[in-house]
Design a protein around this ligand. Structure first.
Ligand code: LLP
Length: 428
């Protein structure tokens, strides 16, 4: 597989492939832009997680927000994983994909009554509760259904995960979780509620974490609290340590492996004897995906050389939102290199994929692949500028399957047409 950026995206005779399928062939068949995912890359990551945690009772709950395509969710479900959700929409997808509700955990600071009702009805494994008010509301909703809801308190361990500030979630000033000092009180209140089972404790410190030491600090603080709770007779069933493991975005990146996480976390959690839950998203799917796009125009402005492509920040928001680096590969390798800004068609200066990047001398009509785009790529995409969202493709060995069709213009405006029809119906 040579010197490729990714084992699952090899160059075969100078042409970039996903597993054994030529990206150029897919582009010619279905057009661009499209997201492409390697099924075997996903399976490889699943197996690494399973192996890393095999000697300790652990439930791996895939964080659906990273990529919630039904066919992707099915891969995780088929392989025995649970699901971490943050909305009613993700619950809906998870149930459609066949997940056992007893393997679904639900976090998020702002769950609506409707969402809570649906999840209580489904009988999920745990609500990861983020405020005192939420405790009251879940108790009331469960009571109205004559059911008991399982809850865990999401604590905010005040640990710096040393990542981008927008994706740091475990700092005191962030909106997430309940502060350590208030956690005991939250448990005491929850325990008095008739319609709640208090089952666990949850924390999540951030995302794209490249050094596992902050996990140690967070888990130690969590375990300390578990012992405090034990002392006053509060027995839990599990500790959920969230997700966050980083992936390779730059060729030189060496992200930690699931084994590194397990090695640091298991010995600490073991002291409690509680079951472990982990919620990886990005590290299960990020490197398995790429966004394939076609060059529309080349343009020179003074010193600057622009390569304008047919996907934009509506397809992949990460560079615009976090100034994130994504490696970009030509689908067909060229000998000559240029330095260029690779930009999208959207009417925003922030609509760029790369700035002053050395890249092969791409010409109009050539294809390129934005790598490590499997997580927070499609799932954060939008219809900005009335652009249909991209198609999604899953590759398995020699075969590829369209797992989401490219949206059409009529699909985008359908809810507006429906609304118009209703209004005109009422007027008549
Ligand atoms: N659990 C909870 C409670 C979370 O909030 C998240 C991610 C995860 C698990 C999964 O984290 P992961 O393993 O994927 O790092 N859009 C941003 C990332 C936002 C992450 C939000 N929470 C990005 O594109 O970098």
């Amino acid at each position: 597989m040579g010197n490729s950026f990714s084992h699952y995206f090899p160059y075969i005779e100078n042409e970039l492939h996903c597993e054994n399928v030529s990206l150029k062939k897919i582009a010619k068949d279905i057009g661009t832009p499209f997201y492409v995912y390697s099924k075997n890359a996903i399976l490889d990551k699943i197996n690494r997680y399973k192996k890393a945690f095999q000697n300790y009772p652990t439930l791996i709950c895939y964080a659906a927000k990273a990529n919630s395509n039904l066919s992707i969710l099915e891969i995780f479900r088929e392989n025995g994983l649970g699901l971490d959700i943050v909305s009613g929409g993700e619950l809906y997808r998870g149930l459609k994909a066949g997940f056992d509700p007893k393997k679904i955990v639900y976090a998020g600071v702002g769950k609506t009554d409707k969402e809570l009702l649906e999840a209580v009805k489904a009988g999920i494994l745990s609500f990861n509760v983020e405020s005192f008010m939420e405790i009251e509301v879940i108790d009331r909703i469960a009571g109205s259904l004559g059911k008991k809801a399982n809850i865990s308190i999401r604590i905010n361990p005040d640990v710096n995960p040393k990542t981008h500030p927008y994706i740091s979630t475990g700092l005191r000033e962030s909106k997430f979780g309940i502060d350590m000092e208030d956690a005991l009180k939250a448990y005491e209140i929850a325990l008095k509620k008739k319609n709640l089972n208090v089952v666990g404790i949850h924390c999540h410190i951030g995302s794209q974490i490249m050094d596992v030491s902050p996990y140690k600090e967070a888990v130690e603080k969590t375990v300390e609290l578990v012992f405090k709770l034990k002392k006053i007779g509060i027995e839990l069933e599990h500790i959920d340590i969230g997700g966050g493991l980083g992936i390779k975005y730059r060729p030189e990146d060496r992200p930690p492996e699931p084994e590194d996480l397990a090695r640091i976390v298991i010995p600490v959690v073991k002291e409690t004897g509680l079951k472990l839950i982990v919620e990886p998203g990005r590290s299960l799917i990020g490197e398995a995906g790429a966004l394939v796009s076609q060059v529309l125009f080349l343009k020179d402005k003074g010193e600057k050389h622009f390569i304008i492509i047919d996907s934009g920040m509506n397809d992949l928001l990460r560079p615009a939102m976090y100034n994130a680096y994504h490696h970009i590969l030509p689908v067909t390798k060229k000998k000559k290199k240029v330095v260029a800004d690779i930009v999208g068609p959207i009417c925003e200066t922030g609509d760029f994929f790369a700035v002053d990047r050395e890249i092969d001398d791409l010409q109009r009509g050539d294809y390129l692949a934005v790598m490590s785009a499997g997580a927070y790529g499609f799932s954060m995409s939008s219809n900005y500028n009335s652009r249909p969202r991209a198609a999604e493709v899953l590759v398995d060995g020699n075969e590829y399957f369209v797992i989401r069709e490219r949206e059409s213009y009529s699909y985008i405006i359908e809810p507006e047409i429906k609304a118009l029809q209703k209004t005109s119906g009422e007027v008549e």
